[in-house]
Design a protein around this ligand. Structure first.
Ligand SMILES: *Cc1c(COP(=O)(O)O)cnc(C)c1O
Length: 390
């Protein structure tokens, strides 16, 4: 050992840091925050399989399965439905990079942290961003949306279906039709809704949507599914200039994911194993059954929290089943409480973002974590660890 050390040392390479590391040993957590959620054991087993080549016919077949399963999860026939090789934010940026051109009017509905991110992203691609805003905890009415579409005639309208910072579910009745009437593309964030609450991309007239692997699909973070419909494809085909982002250019990406199979980048093979398995499990359970399970367990959580005299931040029917915001009781240090819950009980919950920072905890019941056992464990721990209600 000393011999090896010395010979390495003679090359000038500092070995001290390398030699001090033990093999990886990460704790088991119950992840009840805003994401990631726990991955299903079958998904982890799939990911542990040895990779095949990314142009191997076995992998090409798996890519088709993933695309078909994503179409099922989103309830869409969109040809251009693929997982982007990066997290949900990259899938999001794919939609914007491809459809926005400098000077385009882009309307964003902002009722929380992710609405602000939408505005920021669109502005980076040169859009003229207009926001319509609501306080966190509220959603937009169809009349408000309709009025803004009529006034601004935007090229794209960006909307967050499930605002994870606030715990709000945006009603979708009539929104797609209104966008069509005004010649606007509808871009819908379904990151915290896909697989957890009803999403109907085609029936709702959604032109583009994106999600992630690590929330309601029970897969680790690493892939960002995206679906792009015919109206958005037409817009992309009629662009005056190149998409200003090589990696996310769907014309290039669809040659790789389409029948041409032209090398674009190396798909993360094992992540796709995982997503394929996660989506297979969703299909096996059935979308409607998965939605009902998320709702049932959310209601159980809400009852449990209220029975501890905790106050929920969002009223029904806008309350999001996959993520609940609950006010931190007075006199409790929310951050310290969550830290102790993590370190002493192995359970993660999230803190607030934006206007909710320091005021709420965010409790996610996503994917396989949406279970009676998770709810009972968390409510039991809160009952034990919170000071008795005054
Ligand atoms: C988590 C989240 C994202 C971002 O996804 P990443 O995978 O973290 O990049 C986008 N939108 C919403 C509503 C989210 O909750």
């Amino acid at each position: 050992m000393t011999q090896t050390l010395r010979s390495h040392a003679s090359t000038g390479v500092d070995q001290a840091r390398r030699l001090s590391l033990d093999p990886i040993a990460t704790p088991e957590r119950l992840l009840l925050g805003p994401g990631p959620s726990n991955a299903h054991p079958d998904v982890l087993a799939a990911m542990a399989r040895p990779p095949v080549g990314h142009l191997d016919h076995v992998f090409l077949h798996l890519m088709e399965e993933v695309q078909d399963l994503l179409r099922y999860a989103w309830q869409t026939e969109n040809r251009l439905t693929i997982p982007v090789s990066a997290t949900g934010s990259a899938a999001w940026e794919t939609c914007i990079a491809n459809t926005v051109e400098r000077g385009d009017t882009f309307l964003v509905a902002v009722n929380g942290y992710f609405g602000h991110r939408m505005a920021d992203m669109a502005s980076r691609y040169g859009a003229m961003v207009i926001t319509m805003e609501k306080p966190m905890g509220q959603a937009f009415t169809l009349a408000e949306i309709e009025a803004n579409l009529a006034e601004h005639k935007p090229k794209v309208f960006g909307l967050i279906h499930a605002e994870t910072s606030a715990g709000v579910l945006q009603p979708m009745d009539g929104v797609g039709e209104a966008c069509r009437r005004h010649g606007t593309l509808l871009l819908l964030d379904t990151v915290t809704s896909l697989g957890g609450v009803p999403v109907f991309v085609d029936r709702w007239g959604v032109d583009m949507s994106y999600s992630c692997s690590q929330k309601c699909l029970s897969c680790p973070p690493g892939l960002g599914p995206v679906t792009i419909g015919p109206r958005a494809e037409e817009r992309i085909a009629s662009r005056s200039g190149k998409v200003p982002n090589w990696y996310l250019d769907v014309a290039l990406l669809s040659k790789y994911w389409g029948s041409d199979r032209v090398y674009h980048h190396t798909a993360p093979v094992n992540m796709n194993y995982g997503l394929r398995e996660a989506l297979r499990l969703l299909a096996e359970e059935g979308l409607e059954a998965a939605w009902q399970r998320h709702r049932r367990n959310a209601e159980l959580l809400w009852e449990g929290l209220q029975s501890l005299d905790l106050k929920l931040a969002v009223e029904e029917p806008l309350r999001l089943p996959t993520l609940t915001t609950v006010y931190i009781p007075e006199g409790v240090d929310g951050k310290a409480f969550a830290r102790a819950l993590l370190d002493e009980e192995g359970v993660e919950i999230g803190g607030g973002l934006g206007d909710f920072a320091g005021k709420v905890w965010r409790i996610g019941l996503m994917g396989q974590n949406s279970s009676v056992e998770s709810v009972e464990r968390l409510i039991g721990l809160l009952g034990k660890r919170l000071p008795a209600a005054a």
